[in-house]
Write a protein that binds this ligand. Structure first.
Ligand code: SDX
Length: 391
């Protein structure tokens, strides 16, 4: 007979994870990185400053930030042999598949960092990943476009260098506006960490087995790829484009979501039962960027109309469904000419410091204590083997 064998919950030791990195209050719509409110970090900090804060727990001094940035510059190149990995991918290969594969293979090129014993080794591994993830992402894009790889330029800042690797062509350097560079830095900062979300929990789970940092963040990339997680920013744009092309009206989209025919992408959240504070900032940033770049994007207008209709609809209000980080973020990437297939990759670049911080915290907290969730068994409890001719 099927049964339900349960264990004493205390025995399951599956209580919530303890962490000092990011605080989220879903009812109040509060998000703080190491105690600093996200709106202050977003308006006054940079992405590299945020990365330091999340990983080391304090805002960096000028000297620390300058040294960290110089270290990221020093690590921006990939081993030349890593280029051949890209030659093995088919032209239409998804950049998230390339990103997770090449990030994991970094462990082959840095065997001395597979076992991290000291803070110095951790600092070096973290710098390599945060820096090289841009290069890998840009190379994935160039591969998918059949373009020659554009190598990083150490004279450029973190975000400016990424845009250079994405869009410069031989003999024609891509020089983005300060507004575009600032918008990218803001995008990455707002994605840098979000406590125990699906991909971060994956990194902690894999890291708890003492898997190396490269393999652990590669697993995080795979978890982030899912449509309900990091794939949602592209899902929002597809939804807005359907409306823009006249295939559906905003009201029809809401009706289909209410009939549970699909999820309103970029809406709802497991923790936020109020407006995601990141969405507040991203909505304003998308509007400001489009204005400064002199770009009119009909999708921005459609997004704001869809939001207004949803927030006025009892179905969404009763379920406390509000815009989340993904609802407006794609509009910023689109204004930066980043193709939709790269949207989850951009999320992964932003989330890298958070994953690294959680991996290190897991190691500091638990050392050799592997995560081992328990289950409630609901299958056949006990039965005897049945010979073939009696089945
Ligand atoms: C991210 O965890 C994190 O922190 C993630 C993230 C991060 O920074 O790491 O914040 C990033 O992943 C943001 C979320 C991106 N995903 C999407 O935008 C996809 C669309 N959103 C939904 O799939 C959904 O809201 C989730 C997955 C985000 C959360 O789902 P939950 O908490 O499991 O909600 P649920 O399935 O329990 O839904 C509760 C009710 C249900 O209706 P009833 O059964 O009560 O009638 O709300 C409905 C759901 O059908 N609902 C939606 C909806 N989200 C929930 N209905 C329509 N559209 C939606 N988007």
């Amino acid at each position: 007979q099927t049964g339900c064998i349960t264990y004493d919950p205390g025995y399951m030791n599956t209580g919530p994870c303890k962490s000092a990195i990011t605080f989220v209050d879903g009812e109040q719509g509060i998000l703080r990185y190491r105690g600093y409110p996200i709106d202050q970090i977003a308006s006054r900090g940079s992405f590299t400053e945020t990365a330091w804060l999340l990983i080391f727990g304090e805002l960096p001094t000028r000297e620390q930030l300058s040294r960290f940035s110089a270290g990221l510059c020093a690590e921006e190149l990939l081993h030349e042999d890593l280029r051949h990995h890209f030659e093995g991918f088919p032209p239409g290969g998804h950049p998230m598949a390339m990103l997770s594969a090449v990030v994991n293979s970094m462990g082959c090129y840095h065997p001395d960092l597979l076992e991290i014993e000291s803070k110095g080794e951790f600092y070096l591994a973290a710098s390599k990943i945060i820096s090289k993830v841009r290069t890998i992402a840009a190379f994935s894009y160039r591969k998918s476009m059949g373009l020659p790889f554009m190598y990083p330029n150490p004279a450029l800042s973190y975000c400016r260098n990424f845009l250079h690797m994405m869009f410069s062509i031989p003999h024609k350097h891509y020089d983005p506006s300060p507004e575009a560079v600032r918008a990218l830095s803001l995008f990455l900062t707002l994605h840098a960490d979000h406590e125990q979300n699906c991909s971060t929990s994956t990194v902690r789970m894999v890291g708890s087995s003492q898997a190396n940092l490269f393999a652990s963040v590669s697993a995080g990339i795979c978890a982030l790829w899912g449509r309900l997680h990091g794939g949602a920013n592209a899902g929002v744009m597809e939804m807005l484009e359907q409306i823009s092309e006249g295939k559906r009206t905003p009201r029809e989209v809401l009706e289909l979501a209410k009939q549970k025919k699909f999820r309103l992408m970029g809406f709802g959240h497991r923790i936020y039962k109020s407006y995601d504070p990141r969405a507040v900032i991203l909505k304003q940033a998308a509007h400001d960027l489009l204005t400064k770049l002199g770009k009119l994007d009909r999708l921005m207008d459609i997004a704001m109309e869809l939001e207004a209709l949803a927030l006025a609809d009892p179905y969404f209000a009763e379920r406390k469904l509000y815009p989340n980080v993904d609802f407006y973020s794609g509009l910023i990437l689109r204004a930066l000419n980043i193709p939709m297939q790269m949207f989850p990759v951009m999320f992964a670049i932003g989330r890298m410091p958070g994953w690294i911080a959680h991996w290190y915290e897991e190691h500091q907290q638990h050392g050799s204590k592997i995560h081992r969730p328990r289950q409630i068994f609901t299958g056949q409890v006990l039965r005897d083997y049945v010979p073939f001719d009696e089945r």
